[in-house]
Ligand binder design. Structure first.
Ligand SMILES: Nc1ncnc2c1ncn2[C@@H]1O[C@H](COP(=O)(O)OP(=O)(O)O)[C@@H](O)[C@H]1O
Ligand SMILES: [Mg+2]
Length: 305
């Protein structure tokens, strides 16, 4: 398990314990990743050759120390060498970027609110005019932080200018009148394995648990389930938290998280998503080993038919 916070991060601890119940698991600091390129790319993780590990699970896999770009490339090199990396780095990066997420969802034909990015006031104003009632979000934010409701008026345009000056770009998403309620579905290995409804506190429209939302178990079925599973697939995530809301025109995907918290789902349902992720990682690692054994047998001509 690759994590920069093996002791402090609750999720890292839960997952390390769950993995440890299924095999030998250890925490590797992303800053301890290195590579030596000769004919191939030899990656070392935590002082050991990467080939000694059956899978790499990224929890808080981008380090506080070291260089994130180097870490991305090392994860890519691991994937290219056939290693199991969960979540895959490009899927994780796509989910971190709300604009990219919107593009991938729309391209997959999934319901998601209209959205826009802009880098200059003229284009930002035009986007706000087209969207009307909108939510201004940091392109790579989380936990409901930095979200602002904006309308096509002087205050809205002023908010756009402030964000442009600070961040260089703005991401706007059409406001969905949810009444302060939405769904969080947890998808692992292509299937919904946990779901909850989140209700924002009075006067709040953001339903993040980090913003004080109350949670209760939800029985996901039919279209809701299918949309969440397709959204995780559209981003290529092995495990994901999908935020879905209904503003009166059917369910729409607000965002997809590639590094989702599962504290709220545990509280709401009693189900520990760490167990589901660990099952999935084990299944993928086993699959890879079987394939390896099979091709070795074929190489040596030990199989017939
Ligand atoms: N377009 C929207 N319309 C209405 N509410 C929204 C919209 N986008 C986000 N929200 C509310 O804000 C919360 C946080 O937004 P989200 O896009 O999930 O960002 P974060 O990564 O910060 O969680 C959502 O769970 C939802 O309650
Ligand atoms: Mg969210």
């Amino acid at each position: 398990m690759v994590t920069a916070w093996p002791e402090e991060d609750w999720h890292s601890q839960r997952l390390l314990e769950a993995l440890g119940r299924r095999g030998a698991a250890s925490a590797v600091d992303p800053a301890s990743l290195s590579a030596f390129v000769e004919e191939g790319v030899d990656v070392r993780a935590g002082g050991e050759p990467a080939g000694r590990f059956d899978a790499f699970v990224l929890v808080r896999g981008l380090g506080r120390a070291g260089d994130p770009d180097v870490q991305f490339e090392i994860y890519r090199a691991l994937e290219e060498s056939g290693a199991v990396v969960v979540n895959a780095i490009d899927a994780l990066l796509a989910a971190q970027d709300k604009f990219r997420t919107t593009c991938l969802l729309a391209r997959a034909g999934l319901p998601t609110p209209r959205a826009a990015v802009a880098q200059r006031p003229e284009e930002a104003d035009a986007a706000l005019e087209a969207l009307g009632d909108a939510v201004l979000k940091p392109v790579t934010g989380s936990l409901g932080e930095g979200l602002l409701r904006v309308r096509d008026d002087a205050a809205g345009r002023e908010a756009l200018r402030e964000r442009l000056a600070r961040d260089g770009a703005v991401y706007l998403q059409e406001f969905v009148p949810t009444g302060g309620t939405d769904l969080r579905l947890f998808v692992v290995g292509g299937a919904v394995v946990g779901a909850m409804e989140r209700v924002a506190p009075p006067g709040e429209w953001r339903t993040n648990v980090a913003q004080g939302a109350r949670v209760r178990a939800y029985e996901a079925a039919g279209e809701v389930r299918a949309v969440a599973e397709s959204a995780a697939a559209a981003l290529g995530l092995d495990y994901a938290g999908v935020d879905l809301a209904d503003g009166g025109e059917g369910m729409t995907v607000l965002e997809v998280n590639g590094n989702p918290s599962w504290r709220g789902i545990l509280e709401a349902t009693g189900q520990d998503m760490a167990e589901r992720i660990a099952d999935h990682v084990l299944a993928r690692a086993t699959c890879r080993l079987r394939r390896g054994v099979k091709s070795k047998l074929q190489e040596t001509g030990a199989t017939h038919g």
